[in-house]
Design a protein around this ligand. Sequence first.
Ligand SMILES: Nc1ncnc2c1ncn2[C@@H]1O[C@H](COP(=O)(O)OP(=O)(O)OP(=O)(O)O)[C@@H](O)[C@H]1O
Ligand code: SF4
Ligand SMILES: [Mg+2]
Length: 343
Amino acid sequence: MASIHHSADNAPPRPLLQVRDLEVAFRVEHGLARAVDGVSFDLAAGEVLGIVGESGSGKSVTALSILRLIPDPPGKISKGQILLDDLDLLSLTYDQMRQIRGNEIAMIFQEPMTALNPVFSIGMQVREAVLTHAKISKAEATDRAVGMLEKVGIPSARRRLHDYPHQFSGGMRQRVMIAMALVCHPRILIADEPTTALDVTTQSQILDLMLELKHHESDASIILITHDLGVVAETCDRAVVMYGGKIQEVGTVQQIFADAKHPYTEGLLASLPAMAGPRDEQLYTIPGNVPSIMDMPSGCRFCTRCEHVTDRCRQEEPALHEIGDGQFVRCHLLEPGSKPDSG
Ligand SMILES: Nc1ncnc2c1ncn2[C@@H]1O[C@H](COP(=O)(O)OP(=O)(O)OP(=O)(O)O)[C@@H](O)[C@H]1O
Ligand code: SF4
Ligand SMILES: [Mg+2]
């Protein structure tokens, strides 16, 4: 299969991260349920890649797999490779993997309170993040922590070192998480719904901050997970659209917004407020619900909700194939030689 890679350029840069045929299953009452099924994508150096899809599509499980943070049991990475340069992260020992976390790949989560320890001060936690990865004195680590907290916009950072997470607002806690993630200059930052819990104004401030730090401080590649295509439009170079544990479409942000091909991507786009008509027009929603991983339909995962569904869709799983210039789609209608149906 051709590489699901950064598009367009004549000589695309070597990917920094390559996820290959990733499969993650959870043990459930009656067997194994596949939450992520054959997911492959690349992340180029310096790139901002969005992973988008409705709740339960496998975005977080994909992200957690990259850091080997899938709870085992009940989960297991049952297949695949995750290559950072040439190093397969799935072959590393626990200690080797600890070196990768923070140093090479850092993660921020939707709700910083789950990642920050409520009983330690902010200063101590950011300083510990520095000390875990750099052999420097405590005083130097404190200075570095203060510097980073200032960069993420914490006012009076040195004075606030002694404050605890609950003394910060949600937006400020997310800034602290970004400081902790970036203080060791990781090459990859994975942000899993980093702004979903915040109000709209704070959301855009945090996204702007991540991009500003990326450009002026770290040049980390970013994987940004979101259910909101609007966020992807504002921040990403390329997007991976997931549904039912599988990639359904991959393309540059321009391809996805100007020329989405997959019925699911089209549905997500039509549900965007900015894409809808006048304000009083009712916002489109994709009919039906995301099926549970215990109850996935056979054939195309989207067949229970797709308005173009045919008998073939219910029987035969479509393959992900390239339709040009780095844009990939998983849909029978878009296979070479298929005629689009009228409905
Ligand atoms: N620890 C777990 N045990 C059992 N099933 C799990 C576990 N973690 C995730 N899953 C299942 O894996 C599937 C994918 O979950 P995932 O968290 O990746 O979705 P998501 O795309 O991140 O959704 P959301 O937008 O709600 O965060 C879901 O059906 C979920 O129920
Ligand atoms: S394969 Fe069929 S059901 Fe699936 S997205 Fe394409 S048209 Fe819809
Ligand atoms: Mg998630």
